[in-house]
Design a protein around this ligand. Sequence first.
Ligand SMILES: NC(=O)c1ccc[n+]([C@@H]2O[C@H](COP(=O)([O-])OP(=O)(O)OC[C@H]3O[C@@H](n4cnc5c(N)ncnc54)[C@H](O)[C@@H]3O)[C@@H](O)[C@H]2O)c1
Length: 444
Amino acid sequence: MALAEKFIDSPVGRRVTKTFGLAEAAPLRRWHPDEPLLDGPVLVGHAEGGRMVPFVTDVMTAAGAEVTSVDDGENRYAALVFDATGVQDVRGLTTLFTFYHETIRRLRPSGRVLVLGRTPEQCTDPASAAAQRALDGFVRSVAKEARAGATANLAYLAPGAEDTAATTLRFFLSGRSAYVDGQVVRLTPAKVLEPRHAGRPLGSRVALVTGAARGLGAAIAANLARAGALPVCLDVPAQGERLTAAANEIDGVALQLDITAKDAPQRLARYLRERYGGVDVVVHNAGITRDKLLANMTPGLWQSVLDVNLDAQLRINAALLDTGVLRSFARVVCVSSQSGIAGNRGQTNYAASKAGIIGMVGALAPVLAERGSTANAVAPGFIETEMTAEMPTAMREMGRRINSLGQGGLPVDVAETVTWLAHPGSGGVNGQIVRVCGQSMLGA
Ligand SMILES: NC(=O)c1ccc[n+]([C@@H]2O[C@H](COP(=O)([O-])OP(=O)(O)OC[C@H]3O[C@@H](n4cnc5c(N)ncnc54)[C@H](O)[C@@H]3O)[C@@H](O)[C@H]2O)c1
């Protein structure tokens, strides 16, 4: 039994749940290669003027799902998708309400709610902007009401981004997004690259993952390898043995390097160019915590966290861009944190570094878009790793419970999210911060 499940089953876990009215934890349906993408039919509805139903039907049918736009009033659905792109005003929201009002009780365990809208910031009249922004509050509330491992998310499409939505649909409607809940992503127009092998979409792409000896980094590298990438697993020399073992297990390459070393960016750029001619995917995952209340924090503790978590990423990105080692259609994925969004007592250094990542991604995204590349961040909430196992007990147990899914996530949940962002077909997802937190109450 996983640690999280053990806690949920314990008397303390049950008491915490009851006292705070928290969600009961249910087993989450995660993606598995031997199982279908969804365990039931997808119902697709739309508001007048919406044009996405045929696209959703084609994408999900090709992925092996049964898709219908006619509700028989009895069917239990694995996913309820609503195309709200045609909604122009408050009255137009009624069809959204009616669709979910009539079907939400028939959503299966670990079911999916996905709403498609138009980017409110690009709506020119107040009525459209208001109605589209209303989707945000609606979806986040549905996510909070959903039970039994079900999730609700929202994808806004900018004009011209409609045909970039395939990877996002497959991600949000499947078990790959098991711990991504109450999230809003904005898609922009981009060239969509169709991988030759759908099962190995990252085929022959070189993927650098920092901090890959253990925890999230090891899970991310393994997930990218499963998607066909050639992983270059980087970690500090002190983790050498673990790093080699982790890399060997996934037919990857181990690279011992301290990313804070003065010459690390240049050495890395040279290594990637000489060995592979460039790099396609860069996952900045390496990170440390050195928690202390601000008044007790030494300059050394402050600096070491900023150096590893933020400055090293900035310097590596600059070197890979300057040398042209970062190829066109590259994917840069940075690992931020919920602390970078909500702040956290005792983590002024860590939260500053993780918020800094969000700033960096925002500025990098338009620069990379010019080359068909993207920069995004994932912001994990409470994930079961060695890092969180070291937290004080009370904090750890609360961390697991204060989210809409009532449990901690697994490293694979972060890894699946990174792989979606690293997909060649995900060019329309750029500059986004995707929380992998089960819709944590912190910073929401
Ligand atoms: N576990 C969580 O719940 C959680 C939540 C939010 C964010 N994160 C972030 O996810 C990332 C991974 O977290 P984790 O829980 O797997 O941590 P972890 O401590 O298990 O792994 C981090 C890895 O980074 C490596 N590393 C540290 N400094 C390095 C350096 N200078 N050069 C190269 N490698 C270095 C470490 O050796 C280690 O292998 C971190 O950035 C962390 O801040 C984790």
